[in-house]
Write a protein that binds this ligand. Structure first.
Ligand code: SF4
Length: 416
């Protein structure tokens, strides 16, 4: 049972002074449950000073009304079946040429072996994405799905970005809807809404040379939803973008959701600059990722703009690290994402965070924030509520180098 909703802005902002009039007016309407326009969203994204904690408090109240005291996570494994890709997206530090050191190609048997290992460690999902390798045939995607489903019929397969769908559909000369429907029949459970980057053509020209245009991304997402394939939604921010592009992007997702209802969550992905060619070639033009204030606003304003339409706002611990992810839990966020077991995309782009946060550690982070940890499946059905017990412990799959990722909790976590 949720506590009563707080509709009075002054009551909510008791310790926050100096909030500007325009922001107050928008936040009062958000608290009343009114839809906030794209122009108002731009204003919120551009806010600074005392306006930022005010926005975060309203986002947290909207989060509390939807999700109560629960924070969820999914036990999953990332499998990047190849990092060989010739698309040349300028922000990408993940792609390699086949002759490069570290170039990797996993055949179907190797992907299935990793999925089995994940299943034996309690995973309910494998998240599979790969580069657009010239060797990938159109049927590679269905072969991966069939291979896993034959061995692990209950494993949820969350796989293939809209860019991969575009690639596979063009190789098989199928329509997007037919290609996705075929994968669904093979056992694909849902799709990541990655490759959205920022749905602004001018910015995309600089990020990806518009190889997958915003219009095409939206078309593929709509095609997925039309055949009953749910997807996540993402935004990549902190490069050459800004408040107008962010508000436009989030409101575009909101309009799609009104039509289809097919998004399960929004995952803001902060731009990681250090190995990204976009930054290394243009350090004077491209920002080195978002500021802390921008990251806070991205999660909070997204919650406000999507209120009533997308109920789950996830924080990416691979991008921000566990401490910043913990900080976001009272800024509109209700989901910590996946345990991942292996993660190579963010790490290749220079993110310093580990490859896995185990279920036990997820629970520690969530409890430390004063909330109730919940293990969910990919589409947000509750699998376990850790209110009086802990998850089954597993050591991290890959041996950790460097500091324990939960160092920041060490003095705070109660011993159980
Ligand atoms: S972002 Fe994806 S499509 Fe673009 S270069 Fe990297 S791996 Fe290839």
């Amino acid at each position: 049972m949720l506590d009563r909703a707080i509709f009075n802005l002054d009551a909510l902002l008791e310790n926050v002074t100096g909030v500007s009039g325009g922001i107050r007016w928008i936040l009062e309407r958000a608290l009343e449950g009114e839809e906030i326009s794209e122009a108002e969203g731009t204003h919120l994204f551009a806010a600074d000073g005392a306006d930022i904690p005010a926005i975060s408090k309203v986002a947290d109240e909207l989060r509390r009304r939807k999700n109560g005291s629960r924070v969820s996570f999914v036990v999953n494994r990332n499998i990047n079946f190849t990092n060989i890709c010739y698309m040349g997206c300028k922000f990408c530090g993940f792609a390699k040429r086949k002759e490069d050191e570290g170039a990797e190609w996993l055949n179907v048997d190797q992907v299935v072996a990793r999925a089995k290992e994940a299943w034996n460690r309690g995973a309910t999902e494998v998240c599979i994405q790969g580069g657009l390798h010239p060797k990938v045939q159109g049927d590679e995607y269905r072969n991966i799905v069939l291979g896993i489903k034959t061995e692990l019929p209950e494993m949820h397969i969350h796989a293939f970005s809209p860019f991969e769908i575009w690639y596979g559909a063009s190789k098989t000369r199928m329509s997007f809807a037919d290609f996705i429907a075929d994968l669904k029949e093979c056992g694909l459970g849902s799709m990541p809404g990655t490759a959205a980057e920022i749905l602004d053509t001018k910015i995309r020209m600089q990020l990806t040379r518009n190889k997958l245009s915003a219009e095409r991304w939206i078309e593929i997402i709509r095609a997925a939803h039309s055949v009953g394939m749910q997807t996540t939604a993402t935004i990549m921010y902190g490069h050459i973008d800004g408040p107008m592009a962010w508000a436009n992007h989030i409101c575009t997702l909101r309009e799609i959701q009104k039509e289809t209802g097919g998004f399960t969550e929004l995952v803001p992905l902060s731009f990681v600059h250090s190995e990204s060619p976009l930054y290394t070639a243009n350090p004077e033009l491209v920002r080195s990722g978002p500021t802390d204030a921008e990251t806070e606003k991205m999660h909070a304003v997204s919650r406000i703009l999507l209120n009533g339409w997308i109920d789950n706002i996830q924080v990416s611990w691979t991008k921000l690290g566990p401490a910043r992810a913990h900080f976001m839990l009272d800024r509109g966020v209700n989901d910590l994402g996946g345990t991942l077991m292996n993660e190579s995309i963010s790490r290749s782009a220079g993110a310093a965070n580990g490859q896995e946060i185990t279920a036990v550690e997820m629970v520690q982070i969530i409890r430390d924030a004063g909330r109730v940890p919940v293990q969910r499946n990919t589409v947000y059905d509750v699998l376990d509520v850790f209110d009086d017990h802990d998850p089954r412990p597993f050591a991290p799959l890959v041996e950790r180098a460097g500091a324990d990722p939960l160092t920041f909790l060490k003095d705070k976590v109660p011993t159980r």
